[in-house]
Design a protein around this ligand. Structure first.
Ligand code: GUN
Length: 284
């Protein structure tokens, strides 16, 4: 048996097409969805990410602004820019690319973003809204993973056991909340878990979000399980790979996401969805 691939590029293309249509309709009503992306410093990976985000906005007909600052920008100056963007009616989403230089407090910066424009879903108000099932912005990567599950008919997860490996604020924790909201029984595993394989072998759905190669191997997966790989690592040959031993696990799983071409493109897609929804909320 070989697992069916969940193609993040194909699903992204379809969802971005839908975003483009809704954005055009909103623009015709006088509200063009707008995203501001702030990059502080010259981290090479961050430069690629922000370029991709801005390009995705342009392709979908969204307004986008990229503000690039020297690494020497002060925290007060950054907070002042966020305050101005919070008040700017042409901007519906604000994203501050992480990591920030060491002299700037990430937490303070994220909390300065108006929750109504927090399209990354990182603000405590967004995390809290997810926790209690209120309207808010969902963190883009786990939101993308939920869309991938939906795309294979797994929308209501009643009766399913989902195991999330990783407990980050950006992926693991919100992922667990979204799975719970979809009625799954959820287990969160992490570096303090005594027997990871014993947990994952019980799972119908496994989400690996650790940032380490080969965290999930074939002998840890129940035949027919669905495997979502959030990892983005390099193997010994320097090739991109996820947290999952893809070649091994694909022989056991029913569905699996590849790396690259799986969760990665979905993160930016959900950023577009959140920005569009923010503008739709304003337009009423
Ligand atoms: N750095 C790496 N991933 C992300 C992301 O999704 N959002 C932001 N703001 N920074 C990041």
């Amino acid at each position: 048996m070989s697992a069916t691939l969940i193609d993040g590029n194909a699903l992204s293309q379809q969802l971005r097409g839908e975003v483009a249509q809704r954005a055009a309709a909103l623009t015709a009503k006088g509200v063009k969805p707008g995203l501001a992306v702030i990059l502080v410093g010259a981290d090479p990976a961050s430069q690629v990410y922000v370029r991709n985000k801005v390009k995705a906005c342009q392709d979908a007909g969204l307004h986008s602004v990229l503000e690039k600052y020297e690494a020497s920008l002060s925290e007060a100056e950054l907070l002042a820019r966020i305050d101005a963007l919070n008040k700017d009616p042409s901007i519906h989403g604000i994203l501050v690319q992480l990591p920030l230089p060491k002299h700037i407090d990430d937490h303070k910066v994220i909390e300065a973003i108006a929750p109504a424009k927090d399209v990354d879903g990182f603000h405590i108000a967004s995390a809290g809204a997810l926790m209690v099932g209120e309207v808010g912005f969902k963190a883009c990567t786990p939101y993308g993973c939920m869309k991938m599950l939906e795309s294979i008919g797994m929308k209501d997860l009643r009766g399913k056991h989902a195991v999330v490996i990783g407990r980050s604020n950006i992926v693991g924790k919100p992922m667990a909340m979204m799975l719970l909201q979809a009625n799954a029984t959820v287990t969160i595993c992490h570096s303090g878990t005594a027997d990871l394989a014993a947990m994952t072998r019980q799972a119908d759905i496994i989400v690996a979000a650790v940032g380490k190669r080969d965290v999930l191997r074939a002998d840890m997966v129940k035949p027919g399980a669905v495997v979502i790989d959030v990892g983005m690592n390099r193997n010994d040959e320097g090739k991109l790979c996820g947290d999952v031993d893809f070649e091994g696990v694909k022989r056991v799983a029913s569905h699996i996401t590849p790396v690259p071409g799986g969760v990665g493109p979905m993160t930016i897609t959900m950023l577009l969805v959140n920005t569009l929804e923010s503008a739709e909320r304003v337009a009423g």
